[in-house]
Ligand binder design. Structure first.
Ligand code: MG
Length: 159
């Protein structure tokens, strides 16, 4: 009998000058980037939290503490590789994941396919199991005022 577990994750990163704007391992040309201890890949961080959440394994900070110098400017793709290997080590596989990026700028539509492909490669699953959507916040809240980017993600695991 197939067992399923659902996991939810979200993250928000503040935007700052002289930082890269990286989503799902894809560097996107933009005037500002993410202020963070790691490379600031807010999409990958939300995905990692959804994976750990599905298995009641606490959160990204418990596994990769941001006061550990090892994770300073860390490539979040490596954190995601570690997270998925923990999930697989417990016998679980990703059924599918669905994410929403809340960003006022830049326009993300032209980058969605490369982000999906990048995530599918890191996770070693088919691209059709990885959904990435993007929307603005209509000019209000921290996202709308271009102060931050937020991501929500849900993942379904099966065993
Ligand atoms: Mg984060």
């Amino acid at each position: 009998m197939t067992e399923y577990r659902i996991g939810q994750g979200s993250d928000l990163h503040v935007l700052a000058e002289n930082r890269d704007f990286i989503l799902g391992g894809v560097k996107i040309p933009h005037s500002v980037g993410f202020k963070a201890h790691s490379d600031g890949d807010v999409l990958i961080h939300a995905i990692i939290d959804s994976l750990f959440g599905a298995l009641c394994l606490e959160d990204i900070g418990a596994h990769f503490p941001d006061n550990n110098p090892k994770y300073k400017n860390a490539d979040s793709r490596n954190l995601l590789r570690e997270a998925i290997s923990i999930v697989r080590g417990k016998g679980w596989e990703i059924n599918n994941l669905d994410s929403t990026i809340h960003a006022e700028a830049p326009k993300l539509r032209p980058h969605i396919e490369s982000i999906r492909k990048s995530l599918a490669e890191i996770l070693d699953i088919d691209t059709d199991k990885v959904s990435v959507k993007a929307k603005t916040s209509e000019g209000v809240d921290a996202v709308g005022e271009k102060l931050a980017v937020r991501v929500d993600c849900v993942v379904l695991l099966k065993k």
